[in-house]
Design a protein around this ligand. Structure first.
Ligand SMILES: NC(=O)c1ccc[n+]([C@@H]2O[C@H](COP(=O)([O-])OP(=O)(O)OC[C@H]3O[C@@H](n4cnc5c(N)ncnc54)[C@H](O)[C@@H]3O)[C@@H](O)[C@H]2O)c1
Ligand SMILES: O=P(O)(O)OC[C@H](O)CO
Length: 345
């Protein structure tokens, strides 16, 4: 059966997911805000603003009319900035087909509510959690746009939903794995952006691979600690949506979050970096929401604390680095697994 898919948001990721879905044999309509982008996709099969030079499938349709995009959709992917999701979805809600699987393609946490994107979708769309899925993994848009091999995780509380998303996205160059750990898959993507900001700062300061590896490893421990306290399966963080995504973003100059951090490490102010950043670097705003979520659950996230201090409170990058390296001595811990020293008298 051919699946009908709608993707809402014609930025880099929405466009690439729409392409993946076309390549997987689905019938796809992409919603974009701007008429010129939509026209270029329909007429020239290119998204010149976000993926210049990438040939898009000729059968991919684009529209500025959300109702048209959503009509008869089996799967609805949403790829707008995390902080505008609530307002965007409120406008689209009347047109969502009642049986469609609603998929978050986003990697952020909402400021003010500390809600994950799937929680915002369920709330605004009035959909049960079983109808909401997330799609996440090491997915730098430009690499996938040109058909380089890749993979992601489709997570939904209802395995049938995860399998529907898997069917809509598996291509000869892309593998989708299923999971029912929505919290873990979603947090892995949202919090790795914060760690990538920190790795970028280290790169900007001129530090090498040891420092990057330390931040990625301790970053993963911090992600797993938060995830476990929110009910995620710690094993998820060893997978594509955890370690996989963290490694891709923290290693790649294509990562907007890493690049944002790198510019801070080179001496620019957050305001200056924001002014030159054209695309969405979700970790910048979401870092505050992640830290609030951690504090609400009494979870220690030292790297996130320092990222928030630099990005939002004016702390110099070098001082933040010093604060991390001079923390009090500790045994090495990962997630919330109990360690021998905790059992010792
Ligand atoms: N680009 C990637 O490699 C990638 C990969 C996986 C996940 N993501 C996630 O996908 C989400 C979207 O990121 P992106 O890379 O497509 O960003 P982008 O900056 O490339 O595109 C953002 C899109 O949202 C639109 N937009 C901006 N403000 C809006 C508003 N107020 N209302 C409606 N639309 C608005 C823009 O016009 C654009 O089409 C983010 O959460 C990001 O973390 C991105
Ligand atoms: O460019 P970034 O930092 O938003 O990262 C993009 C994707 O999330 C990588 O998986």
């Amino acid at each position: 059966m051919t699946l009908r898919c709608a993707v809402l948001g014609a930025g880099s990721w929405g466009t690439v997911v729409a392409k993946l879905m076309c390549d997987a044999g689905s019938e796809v309509t992409l919603w974009g805000r701007r008429r010129e982008v939509v026209d270029a996709i329909n007429e020239r099969h290119e998204n010149p603003d976000y993926l210049p030079g990438v040939a898009l499938p000729e059968d991919m349709r684009a529209t500025t009319d959300a109702a048209e995009a959503l009509e008869g959709a089996d799967v609805v992917g949403i790829a707008v900035p995390a902080q505008t999701l609530r307002a965007n979805l409120a406008e689209w809600a009347p047109f969502l087909p009642p049986d469609a699987l609603l998929v978050s393609l986003m990697k952020g946490v909402e400021l003010g509510t500390t809600k994950r994107m799937s929680e915002v979708i369920a709330e605004v769309a009035g959909a049960p959690p079983e109808r909401v899925a997330v799609f996440s993994g090491p997915n730098l848009a430009r690499e996938l746009a040109v058909g380089e091999p890749g993979a992601a995780v489709a997570a939904c509380l209802d395995m049938a939903g995860a399998e529907r998303l898997q069917a809509a996205t598996m291509t000869p160059y892309f593998r989708t794995y299923t999971s029912t750990d929505v919290i873990g898959v979603e947090l892995g993507g949202a919090v790795k952006n914060v760690i990538a900001l920190c790795v970028g700062m280290a790169v900007g300061l001129g530090f090498g691979d040891n420092t990057k590896a330390v931040l990625m490893t301790r970053g993963l421990a911090e992600i797993a600690r938060l995830g476990a306290s929110l009910g995620a399966d710690e094993h998820t963080f060893a997978g594509l949506a955890g370690m996989g995504d963290l490694v891709a973003s923290c290693s790649s100059p294509l990562s907007r979050n890493r690049t944002f951090g790198e510019n801070l490490g080179r001496g620019m102010t957050p305001e200056q970096v924001t002014a030159v950043t054209k695309q969405t670097a979700e970790g910048v705003k979401s870092s505050k929401a992640v830290l609030e979520l951690a504090r609400n659950h009494q979870v220690e996230m030292p790297i996130t604390e320092e990222v928030v201090a630099v990005v939002h409170e004016g702390k110099p990058v070098k001082e933040a680095g010093l604060a991390l390296i001079t923390r009090s001595p500790k045994p090495e811990r990962y997630g919330v697994t109990r360690h021998q020293d905790e059992h010792s008298p």
